[in-house]
Design a protein around this ligand. Structure first.
Ligand code: URP
Ligand code: ZN
Ligand code: ZN
Length: 453
């Protein structure tokens, strides 16, 4: 039999094993994994790693925050993702005050559908206004929002009682709550105190958001989720206090998971001490922390206390970041990472001996797909979507705005050298990146309805 497309002679790396095999693709799906497969079209992957397409379950494309909108739209952001080996993302819906959740979902889909290059899902945000709309959670779930975003910070934050009610509503549909866990009362008190004392520079950003209280917020999530009888996933974990709360919950058998992001694994808080706008660029929340915290995050990925690496990709231009130069609390938060995540974790995780190649695939591809309810993604198995990456473990790249394709005039990883980069990206059987060149098209990605068994 001849398949439509065969990836030949690669070293397949999955979350659990590494072996030599060919992959036969029919249409949009993996049809066979075996030896000596033949195809109408064949791609030689000898000497390369073949992995499931990477899955990034935390991105913010063209997301309005205050007066600004994040710099990558659904085309530029998913194109950059594809060039970095990511074949699925999960972004967000934020309903308007009077808006029905499903109407808001459809509005967001109308923005994304014509632009996306890769497949995508959407988390439904439950802010304070949505507490009166919790009866809409089943309809949002049925429409494909398998997961629900809850904030404990910013204007969208929920009080503890509201969190509890949201957890209960999500539990009823067997959805997944995903939580931004910080202690907003402490943060706003420290921010106000620092600003009043003239401590206005980005140096004071991490010093207004202590790790201790990120841990405290995670501990509250664990208790509320366990009381409500739901699982929960903790977004962008930055510190050992938070890791220990998650690890402890998991030891007790609670269905709690956690992710961290490249900015917390590659950078340390001295980035906020750079002069001028440079110090404002990497402002994100929770903040980038000390070397000790970074080491703890790598250990947590290595020992399974944290399960996933996402990006929280949410770039703002340097001119937008500059607006908060005289008040760190006004700097729009977020950094670009969507293109470099997979390769950065390979270089700094696998090459540095902190993760095995299988753990790398688990954290960047397989576990996020499972966790977020992508039933046909994240694995190299017959019947799964043919979302695959041919990864050249020897290809070197110096990260910069010249080599990356994110729609923003800076990168937090400028001049960082990586060894290992995706060469070819395949999305549902179509080659969308070939030898590093983009071949995809806007609108070729699809919304994926995510549900749990
Ligand atoms: O500062 C950040 N992380 N911005 C993106 C929104 C969020 O909190 O995830
Ligand atoms: Zn967040
Ligand atoms: Zn985020």
């Amino acid at each position: 039999m001849s398949f439509d497309l065969v990836i030949k002679d690669g070293t397949l790396v999955t979350a659990t094993s590494t072996y030599q095999a060919d992959i036969g693709i029919e249409g949009e799906s993996i049809a066979a994994v075996g030896q000596n497969l033949a195809g109408d079209e064949e791609v030689d992957a000898a000497g390369k790693l073949v992995i499931p397409g990477a899955v990034d379950i935390h991105v913010h494309m063209q997301m309005p925050i205050g007066d600004f909108i994040s710099a990558d739209d659904f085309f530029t952001g998913t194109k950059a993702a594809a060039l970095g080996g990511t074949t699925s993302i999960v972004d967000f819906v934020e309903p308007g005050a009077q808006q029905n959740m499903v109407d808001a979902l459809n509005e967001r889909r109308a923005l994304a559908d014509a632009r996306v290059v890769i497949d995508y899902g959407l988390h439904m945000t439950i802010g304070p206004q949505e507490i009166a709309k919790l009866d809409q959670v089943p309809a949002a779930y049925d429409a494909g929002c398998g997961s629900f975003k809850l904030y404990m910070a910013y204007g969208l934050r929920l009080e503890d009682g509201q969190l509890l009610r949201a957890f209960e509503a999500i539990r009823e549909v067997n959805g997944l709550p995903v939580v931004h866990a910080e202690n907003w009362d402490v943060i706003s008190t420290l921010m106000a105190r620092n600003l009043a004392a003239g401590n206005i520079s980005p140096h004071w950003h991490p010093r207004s958001r202590p790790a201790l209280f990120e841990g405290e917020a995670v501990s509250r999530v664990v208790k509320l989720a366990s009381y409500a009888g739901t699982r929960a996933h903790i977004f962008h974990v930055t510190c050992d206090d938070a890791v220990q709360e998650i690890a402890d919950a998991r030891r007790r058998g609670l269905p709690i998971s956690g992710e961290t992001c490249p900015q917390y694994l590659l950078l340390t808080q001295d980035v906020y001490d750079a002069p001028g706008v440079e110090g404002a660029l990497p402002v994100c929340s929770p903040p980038i922390r000390s070397q000790e915290e970074q080491d703890a995050l790598w250990r947590a990925l290595g020992d399974g206390s944290l399960q996933v690496v996402t990006t929280d990709h949410c770039p703002f231009s340097s001119s937008e970041k500059r607006t908060g130069l005289h008040d760190f609390s006004k700097i729009p938060g977020g950094v670009p990472s969507v293109e470099s995540r997979l390769a950065a974790i390979y270089t700094f995780g696998v090459r540095r001996g902190r993760l095995t190649a299988n753990q790398w695939v688990a954290a960047c591809c397989t576990t996020p797909a499972e966790l977020a309810g992508f039933a046909r993604k994240g694995k190299i198995l017959a019947g799964y979507d043919a979302d695959l990456v041919i990864f050249d473990p020897e290809k070197g790249i110096t990260l910069s705005t010249q080599t990356l394709h994110e729609n923003v005039d800076w990168t937090p990883y400028d001049q960082i050298e990586l060894r290992g980069w995706p060469e070819t990206t395949i999305s549902r059987g179509k080659i969308i990146v070939e030898e590093g060149e983009f071949r995809g098209q806007a609108g070729q990605g699809r919304f994926v309805a995510r549900r749990f068994a």
